[in-house]
Design a binder for this molecule. Structure first.
Ligand code: 5GP
Length: 376
């Protein structure tokens, strides 16, 4: 297929979640309850099988925590546990089902044999042999030494399911699977607190990227995780419709009690005022709660975790304050409810059927914006 990559004069535009909608289709499903959200996968290199709901919590601060995992496991969803937990914290873990978590490491061990995250990962896998997933998370998995690292890890752990990434092109998905990965994490720059696209100008719009990457993975028996860019439950559905085997969420799962961040209280004038006896007005203030959330390669994350500031690396993540969302359970119910509803609209009985039931229509406006311009 010709596209901008091969012919700059032909404008075949790559699309994001916001650029498409699902075309509704005749359906025999009578209720959202008839939809099966679980999938069973057999992984290409590890040979392991896993059954669950393929929505995954990202290994970010405020998201990839043990407390989040305890909520998500009740829905058979996976959590990639952030790599900064100490061995002592792992030892003290209670009530986490190992089937529904992944350990995580970076690749610092390539340069530093003493790298803490890799040593912790090895010790955790020894301590909890029931953990079957290893996630090797780097912002840019296009380096040759990254693929070499995956190959070495495959030799070390032949029976673990290795998640590698991030990339967003078919040829690199194939490369990583051939070198030993089972699942490739796809997304360069779509994240809610990511600034890679602004800092570097690099990236591929997420929906088109997922279509290309899942096609490449399917061709050789691998799987992909669509990582980043989901803002609404409908985006999670679109990722599955585009062929993602798993969808990873950061921002949508952040800002909850279980993420463990500090709650920030602020007072905003709510527009009303109280008149005093002397005729002057005193504004009423409304209390609002927020929680900090930041990209894992932001300055905030680097200073929290003591990462290298070597003078030639810029931050590629930002810090935001999210309105505090309370219990995670309510958000999860909303996300899974949206997914079920999409399935009934397009006639998909299972998540697995979503790609073949999906016809995306290109749109210029996915929602009616009229009341957004009013201050209500
Ligand atoms: P979200 O669901 O919030 O849109 O995206 C989550 C994903 O953003 C994560 O799983 C991770 O791949 C990516 N991410 C997290 N922190 C950073 C960061 O600081 N910089 C970049 N480039 N990506 C990040």
């Amino acid at each position: 297929m010709e596209n901008l990559e091969t012919n700059p004069k032909k404008k075949i535009i790559k699309l994001d979640f916001k650029d498409v909608l699902f075309k509704p289709k005749r359906s025999k499903l009578e209720s959202r309850r008839d939809v099966d959200l679980t999938r069973t996968f057999k992984f290409h290199n590890s040979g392991n099988e896993w059954t669950g709901v393929p929505v995954v919590a990202s290994n970010m601060d405020g998201v990839g925590t043990f407390e989040v995992a305890k909520v998500l496991q009740e829905h058979k969803m996976l959590t990639v546990i952030r790599k900064h937990y100490t061995l002592e914290e792992w030892q003290a873990v209670e009530g986490v089902k190992m089937k529904y978590i992944s350990v995580c490491t970076g690749t610092g061990v390539i340069w530093d044999p003493e790298a803490k995250d890799f040593a912790t990962m090895k010790a955790v896998l020894k301590m909890y042999p029931d953990i079957k997933f290893i996630t090797v998370d780097v912002a840019n998995a296009y380096h040759e030494n990254y693929a070499d690292f995956i190959a070495r890890l495959r030799d070390m752990y032949p029976d673990k399911t290795i998640v590698a990434g991030n990339v967003i092109t078919g040829e690199m998905v194939e490369e990583l699977i051939i070198r030993g990965a089972d699942i490739v994490k796809c997304g360069i720059g779509p994240g809610s607190v990511c600034t890679t696209r602004l800092m570097t100008g690099v990236g591929v719009p997420q929906l088109s990227g997922i279509i290309e990457c899942s096609d490449a993975a399917n061709g050789i028996g691998g799987h992909i995780i669509a990582d980043g860019g989901c803002v609404y439950p409908g985006d999670v559905s679109k990722a599955f419709g585009a062929g993602a085997h798993f969808t990873m969420l950061g921002g949508m799962l952040a800002g909850h009690e279980e993420g463990g961040g500090e709650i920030i209280t602020k007072h905003h004038a709510n527009g009303d005022a109280h008149q005093l006896a002397d005729g002057t007005y005193v504004p009423y203030f409304k209390k609002q709660h927020f929680m900090q959330f930041y990209g894992m390669s932001s300055d905030e994350a680097m200073s929290k975790h003591g990462s290298r500031k070597d003078g030639y690396r810029g931050a590629e993540g930002k810090v935001v304050e999210l309105p505090y969302k309370g219990k995670l359970q309510d958000t999860v119910t909303e996300i899974l409810g949206g997914l079920r509803s999409t399935c009934t609209y397009i006639g998909a009985k299972r998540i697995k059927d979503m790609p073949k039931c999906t016809t995306f229509v290109r749109c210029t406006q996915q929602v009616n914006q009229i009341f957004n311009s009013f201050n209500v």
